[in-house]
Design a protein around this ligand. Sequence first.
Ligand code: RNT
Ligand code: ZN
Length: 417
Amino acid sequence: MAKNQKITAAYEIAKERYAAYGIDTEKVLAAMQDFHLSMHCWQADDVAGFESTGDLTGGIQATGNYPGKARNIDELRADILKAKSLIPGTHRLNLHEIYGEFGGKKVDRDEVGVEHFQGWIDWSKENNTPLDFNSTSFSHPKSGSLSLSSPDKAIRDFWVEHTKRCRDIADAMGKAQNDPCIMNVWVHDGCKDLSVNHYMYRAFLKDSLDRIFAEKKANMKDCIEGKVFGIGLESFTVGSHDFYTAYAAANGKIPTIDTGHYHPTESPADKVSALLNFVPELMLHVSRPVRWDSDHVTLKDDPTQDLFFEIVRANALDRVHYGLDYFDGAINRVGAYVVGSRAAQKCMLCALLEPIELIRKYELEGSTYKVLALLEECKGLPWGAVYDEFCERNNVPAGTDWMAEVDKYEKDVTSKR
Ligand code: RNT
Ligand code: ZN
């Protein structure tokens, strides 16, 4: 039997197995086609960007020195397109401000404009890849450990100006693509050691955000991302989860759930149903923390799977934006994109294949053992055959066949850098 015939045969069996639980795999495949990831551009070059050759600062760190990282915009675009060609479906690209086309000139963060992203807007159209955006307050001499919450008004003003300009850029992107651009604000602001001015810093951050968001924009949406701590900023984080949750709820903004930004025993998945009762939408940064916010490549592990279960169980597919956020400099970077993106898709697929009506009924009847039995059974149902079929229908290599393409690209392209 030819390989694609085997995939079809396995899918037909899977279809019947799921049908026995009332799941229509054809409907699930249609929903998968509508599920778009927002791929982060920064895995391609370890969050370096095209602005300077300075170090990555702001409490985040990319470790590893795997050869072949993208050194310029052409290489970055080529790598991302290669990765995208191995991920079924159509997807978005999430840019940071430091990935603008500055043409070798020094453009400070308070000078950036739409013109520096026109090339990306054109690229986005040519490649059917809508854009999302992020302001960038790290890796800059003015960011230190405090930016939007700095007690120094000149520093705050500088970053307010930067972030407002980023909203203009995001709005232009959204307009050009006729689809809102999702713009994330994450600032690293915090203290390495004890601080007795928590309220003051948070009041400054709130005031800066109010100034940034004062102008309504039709073609972009604002999201705000908190975290627990940063490297070198271990004792206090101004933009904590509680701070941004309260801000988002009070102002109708979108909280960003970065799965690496919580205490290790805290469940990011459980935030979905809590937050969605108070905020319009959610942005995700799907990542994988290993002991800390280490931004390892996303896998289909239990916390990630739980996150997607919770989104589907909350019937909130259209209220969530599916960003990825990891940067591993120790492995083949194109391979990292493909593994992480396909893992996120597999989590969504398994969530869509869950016979939720039946399990809900058992729960409401009080048959806990049946709930557990069904959840256990689902783990062994042939979802992999459905994923292979999804790849096949999208003309993307199924199984691990895509690895040969990554190796070839490494041999022909990235290893020559
Ligand atoms: C940092 C945040 C933030 C960054 C990217 C580069 O802890 O997760 O989202 O990773 O913006
Ligand atoms: Zn993040």
